[in-house]
Design a protein around this ligand. Structure first.
Ligand code: NI
Length: 169
């Protein structure tokens, strides 16, 4: 429906805890999700959390479709997660580079569990439980962090942010 502005680091909506969706109609979930998908695709994100458009609702969208910002990432079908919760994390962890549309132009290394099992509502208000691995698990962890007011820079293993354009991935 519309491409919205992305809220940039420093804005207080990125440090607050988002509220669970309780009423899909009143909370305008369908409209918000459409705007989030348009915005994510426009800025070539692989995921977007509602607080990044200034909306403090527990909604995330993700999709990887031959993404130019992450050319080596496997494709991931569009997914919409409402009130997502991580149920289980693997013991095994790995370090990976992350970027964020709210911290434009930079990447940092973050240690995270390799796989997670999560539950979330879909747009049909069905509760789904899924286990995902690798970059897919990383995106969901990164986006759920946004719902809790946490940016990847608070989780970085190294202290250095690197310019996105010098990294070859
Ligand atoms: Ni982000």
């Amino acid at each position: 429906m519309s491409v919205l502005d992305i809220v940039i680091e420093g804005d207080e909506s990125l440090t607050q805890k988002a509220q669970a969706v309780t009423d899909f109609k009143l909370d305008k979930v369908q409209e918000n999700v459409s705007d989030m998908i348009d915005t994510m695709r426009h800025y070539q994100g692989v995921g977007l959390a509602a607080p990044q458009i200034g909306l403090l609702q527990r909604i995330i969208v993700l999709e990887v479709a031959n993404n130019k910002r992450y050319p080596q990432a496997e494709n991931i079908e569009l997914d919409i997660l409402i009130n997502p919760e991580i149920l289980e994390c693997s013991q095994q962890t790995e370090i990976g580079w992350e970027g964020c549309l709210s911290i434009p132009g930079f990447r940092g290394e973050v240690l995270r569990p390799v796989s997670i099992t999560y539950q979330a509502l879909n747009l049909a208000q069905e509760m789904l439980i899924k286990t995902v691995y690798g970059f897919h698990a990383r995106i969901i962890q990164h986006e759920i962090d946004h719902l809790n007011g946490i940016l990847f820079t608070q989780r970085m293993t190294g202290s250095m942010l690197k310019p996105e354009k010098i990294l070859s991935f």
